[in-house]
Design a protein around this ligand. Sequence first.
Ligand code: AMP
Ligand code: MG
Length: 446
Amino acid sequence: MKTIEAIAAELQGYDPQALSVPMVNAFLHQLVAPVTQTETVSIFQALDRVLAQDVISPISVPPHDNSAMDGYAFNGAALAARAPLTLKIAGTALAGKGWVGTLGSDECLKIMTGAILPRGFDTVVPQELVTIQGDAVIIPPGLLQPGDNRRQMGEDLMQGLPALQKGTLIKPAAMGLLASLGIKEVQVFRKLRVAYFSTGDEILSLGDSPREGAVFDSNRYTVWGLLTRLGCEVIDMGVVRDEPALLEAAFLEAATTADAIITSGGVSVGEADYTKAMMKKLGDVAFWRIAMRPGRPMAVGRIVNNKSASGARQTSFSSYEKESNPPPSSAILFGLPGNPVAVMVTFLAFVRPALLQMMGSTQRPPPLLKARSMEAIRKKPGRTEYQRGTVSTARDGSLQVQTTGNQGSGVLSSMVQANGLIVLHHTQGNVALGDEVDVMVFDGII
Ligand code: AMP
Ligand code: MG
């Protein structure tokens, strides 16, 4: 386990008061580690889970050379010898049934899609290309090459080779692929447990009576949604009032039960509350000012519960293997800013990739898309800006993007309206109308 200090020492140009977005990600990559415990689940339960070991194909798919079309199977070598080619129909091969018999070079077999190709028969002529004459088919010249319309044994998956790699985030296609191999269960990393609470005395829980200067807690719900979408087990702790005893109890409980703790609020420079003090007291935490907008302040580190018995984790995770050297219960801390848009942006930019790494996933973040800006955007070099945008297809088929108006970091409606974030990179300056910009589309992410 590397300390904050050790990681900082390894990163060239680390300055907690002015961190670039790429530097934050490089830091977090060093800080977090994948969970080690695994469990076996059925295919249906495997959706959005991460494979904990390679899956080696127990069989080849397809298991035999077979026909890709309804038609007539024959030895393709005959194509070079005679044209047009006339072949006698010797029988019919149906899908799911092996055809038994021997065939001469002047014979063919009526064959259905998926039926096994008899030995030596490597080519299929689709039925719509032939003329039938009594018990023979006539294949016109120039339409086929030997090997056409044949699916080769193992062309999808070859017995003995890895079909899926450890670290794969299982999606619907992978579920089907596992089933095509006859595999019913797979070993996956256990779900990541992530605790969340909102801080700030001005934050009302739903159901509280409104009062002047107070706002309802929206972050609890966006974070719950983001974590659930990611396949995490969410430990929802609601709002924790700004009192040292309550904050301490919340952090210690979270450190004992969760792999990661996400909080919102209380990390900005001018904060007069106890959140930062408690983070400092209970863990190894760095307080950053990130060169980005929205989302400048953030606290990151590890919260430790020294008070918990070393076996505390085992009580809640009794089914998991005991770690060889159980540390005091600790959890990675992501102390996010309070503003609702800043919470979502910092989650997408930093927390989500870090949590994926903790889940054992080796998946790379989806590529940013290029879109033409439908307006001029003011941007200062020296910080990364994330503007809410609506991406659409222009008349010429290319992508275009428009900002969603008010970009205030508290304007959550901009996130609802947007279908992506326009990413204006650290060194980038003003954007002119028609310039290409990078866009992180939300589809499949949030
Ligand atoms: P802070 O980072 O604590 O200074 O909060 C910045 C802004 O975000 C303030 O206007 C807070 O009222 C608002 N805020 C903080 N936490 C939440 C929350 N859980 N839900 C909605 N707004 C919040
Ligand atoms: Mg606050």
